[in-house]
Design a protein around this ligand. Structure first.
Ligand code: CMC
Length: 371
């Protein structure tokens, strides 16, 4: 038995939800380019969960269900006040609050398909509400209740900022949600599938996935990209900053990918959006810096930008706190996690691979007084 480091190239599951073939990403056979230009995030949620695009009536019903389920149990809102709020990272708060949500859901452990679909709607609706409410409570602000007349993207921005977003903000945020929704067997989705393949519940699967997304090699990279842009500060410092990183053999956040070799197909949409938004908000230097970083990293290292690179400046221009970037990734990716959890249940076998043992050979137990 020989181990494959990081399971590179290992095909660990079948799926009908999304695919990456020759650097092209599709959801249920629809190209990500097509969806990013044309689809609402709610249509994508429906697509991932039902493997078909919704009719108008089906879409209206899902939108209504999401809007109706955004309200949080009061216990969850109260619990934020018990967190050491000044030091808690919002990703840790989200992980804890999602786990706690299960305590207030009478169907938490129900395993039938209909109950799991109802829980999927609740989680998809409540995760943005948790992120927005926590972001406000930690600033001493009251949470803002969701509005039933707003779509998903607009409702999140509204709950976060307490004012209705304008069209360009909604367009940008909707696009980011569509682009982040699913991504085959990425680390957090695999985590969710491993968890529920023991026939554990949906909340456990999503909580585990949030933990995996949090790491800087996965979803946590977008916050690190913004940290890098802030540290660099101006375009004339880009070259020196990168050369020092290269010299120290440090990774440049927002670059590289396990599967894509020529480039991440999601990045170009966010790059376009970043140019538009930085221009509109008078913060063009973030876009110019990003382009220069991309030029140097791709020319000198041959490593292309991934989805996290330009999403950082997009979220910054939307006025979102930098430590909320990864929770926002979860607001979108939970749609994919849930689709994969439902798919796993529908054709389940426990996921239990083997390990190549590289430790010492057989040893005899030594009594503690003789060690
Ligand atoms: N900066 C500098 N060098 C890099 C980078 C980078 N961002 N990414 C890969 N490399 C180098 C790496 O040092 C290694 O070089 P060598 O062969 O000389 O040791 C080579 O490229 C292969 O890299 P790897 O780390 O073995 O590749 P991997 O498939 O195990 O990891 C990755 C993929 C995405 C974790 C990695 O590229 C990385 O750490 N990127 C930075 C973090 C990041 O942006 N993560 C977001 C990923 S995309 C969306 C998401 O999941 O959130």
């Amino acid at each position: 038995m020989t181990a494959t480091r990081g399971l590179e190239g290992v095909v660990a599951s079948e799926t009908s939800i999304s695919s990456i073939i020759d650097d092209t990403l599709t959801y249920v056979g629809y190209s990500i380019d097509d969806l990013a230009e044309n689809a609402s995030f709610e249509e994508v949620i429906y697509l991932l969960w039902n493997l078909k695009l919704p009719t108008q009536a089906e879409l209206d019903e899902l939108k209504q269900q999401l809007a109706e389920n955004m309200e949080l149990p009061k216990e969850i809102l109260e619990s934020f006040k018990t967190y050491p709020i000044e030091k808690v990272h919002p990703m840790a708060a989200l992980r804890t609050a999602v786990s706690a949500l299960a305590l207030y859901d009478e169907e938490a452990d129900a395993m039938d398909k209909e109950a799991n679909m109802r829980k999927a709607v609740r989680l998809q609706a409540k995760i943005p509400a948790i992120v927005a409410a926590f972001a406000r409570v930690r600033k001493g602000l009251e949470p803002v209740a969701p509005r039933k007349d707003l779509g998903f993207a607009a409702n999140f921005l509204y709950m976060l900022k307490g004012k209705e977003p304008d069209d360009i903000e909604v367009e940008a945020f909707n696009k980011a949600l569509v682009l982040h929704a699913d991504h085959e067997l990425n680390a957090s989705t695999f985590t969710a599938r491993v968890c529920v393949a023991t026939l554990s519940d949906v909340y456990s699967g999503v909580t585990a996935a949030i933990g995996a997304l949090k790491g800087p090699l996965h979803g946590g990279a977008n916050e690190q990209v913004m940290k890098m842009l802030t540290e660099i500060g101006s375009i004339d410092r880009v070259e020196d900053y990168l050369q020092e990183k290269f010299m120290n053999k440090e990774k440049i956040m927002g670059f590289g990918h396990r599967v894509y070799r020529k480039g991440d197909p999601r990045a170009k949409h966010l790059k376009k959006m970043s140019e538009k938004l930085t221009e509109l908000t008078g913060q063009r230097e973030y876009y110019d810096m990003s382009v220069k970083i991309e030029q140097i990293v791709t020319t000198e290292k041959g490593i292309p930008a991934n989805v996290d690179f330009y999403s950082a400046s997009v979220y910054h221009c939307l006025g979102i706190d930098h430590d909320l970037f990864t929770p926002i990734f979860a607001v979108s990716r939970v749609s994919g996690w849930l689709a994969h959890i439902l798919e796993q249940y529908s054709n389940n076998r426990i996921i239990r691979p083997r390990a190549e043992y590289v430790g010492p050979g057989m040893q005899k137990y030594i009594p503690i007084e003789n060690r």
